[in-house]
Design a protein around this ligand. Structure first.
Ligand code: AMP
Length: 281
């Protein structure tokens, strides 16, 4: 397993693999890897001859008041996890390598980013689309792996690939959770012990919403209201949003039918956590 810092080094390595007729998978991450990221790497190792993991805390996807500076980083631990999972290359560029002086080209999407997380994080998805596009151009993978934990991001990347005719298969991977249900996240490190206990209310509300859907509830408002009530019963939780939308368009729905995403963002002190469930009915 190699760690490289430059675009040229990634290109040289991938060129060699391509010459040997090998397929390549890409797992884009911001590092501080956990079992959620690991499940994506595992899937890529299963489906491709070689796997590249990018570890890059992308400044472009953070707003001015967000946690860019404090975002946790531990490349040594990340390297161990990638190596033990069978990954072949970590691409860990500095921001200056990705955004050279005079950088001024962006991938901007309308519609899908104007909902859910995009409302409170207005620059986020422009940064995500731009960096993912760059990573695709640098690595030129056959497949790229994204978690359903960031469901809006997954929908946006799928749309971008379709709209811009990118010849890359996007593979969505299920949410990996802690034993008590909390979705694994690099940002869980921000939680105090009390907040960590309280944060389990997110997966409990996901379970409640799923149960209501399974029992035949079709009224999105009723489901969202019940989930919000449960979350609000936890004094340390502050809801940013809980919403049911169409998974492909991110438009709010009244009736639960088709490809549905029920997503939430909730703050616990410094940590803003997300969770969701996706249903096809
Ligand atoms: P991040 O490093 O948080 O940007 O995440 C990198 C990738 O890992 C994204 O595609 C995430 O959706 C995915 N990911 C993060 N946490 C989880 C999780 N708990 N389960 C599944 N995928 C995850």
């Amino acid at each position: 397993m190699k760690i490289v810092k430059t675009v040229d080094e990634v290109r040289a390595q991938v060129k060699e693999w391509r010459k040997a007729g090998l397929s390549v998978g890409l797992v884009p991450t911001m590092g501080y890897l956990h079992e959620g990221h690991q499940s994506l790497i595992k899937k890529s190792v299963e489906q491709n001859d070689r796997t590249v993991v990018s570890v890059f805390v992308n400044p472009m996807q953070f707003g001015p008041t967000e946690d860019l500076e404090s975002y946790p980083r531990d490349l040594e631990a990340d390297a161990k996890l990638v190596e033990s999972t069978g990954g072949d290359l970590i691409f860990n560029p500095e921001p200056e390598e990705m955004y050279k002086d005079g950088f001024c080209s962006f991938v901007n999407m309308t519609g899908l980013p104007d909902a859910l997380c995009g409302l409170t994080r207005p620059v986020h998805f422009k940064g995500v689309c731009t960096v993912v596009n760059k990573l695709f151009n640098i690595v030129k993978p056959d497949r790229a792996y994204f978690g359903e934990k960031d469901a809006q991001q997954l929908a946006i990347i799928m749309r971008m690939v379709k709209d811009l005719n990118m010849d890359i298969e996007i593979v969505g991977c299920p949410i990996i959770r802690e034993a008590d249900g909390l979705a694994k996240s690099s940002r869980n490190i921000y939680l105090t012990p009390e907040e960590r206990k309280a944060a389990v209310i997110l997966s409990k509300s996901v379970a409640l919403g799923k149960k209501m859907v399974a029992e035949g509830e079709k009224d999105a408002k009723k489901i969202v209201t019940a989930m919000k009530e449960l979350i609000n019963s936890e004094p340390l939780a502050t809801i940013d949003y809980v919403e049911m939308v169409d998974m492909d368009t991110m438009k709010a729905i009244d009736e639960v039918k088709g490809h549905v995403l029920c997503a939430m963002a909730v703050k616990f002190g410094k940590a803003r956590l997300i969770d969701n469930f996706i249903e096809t009915l």
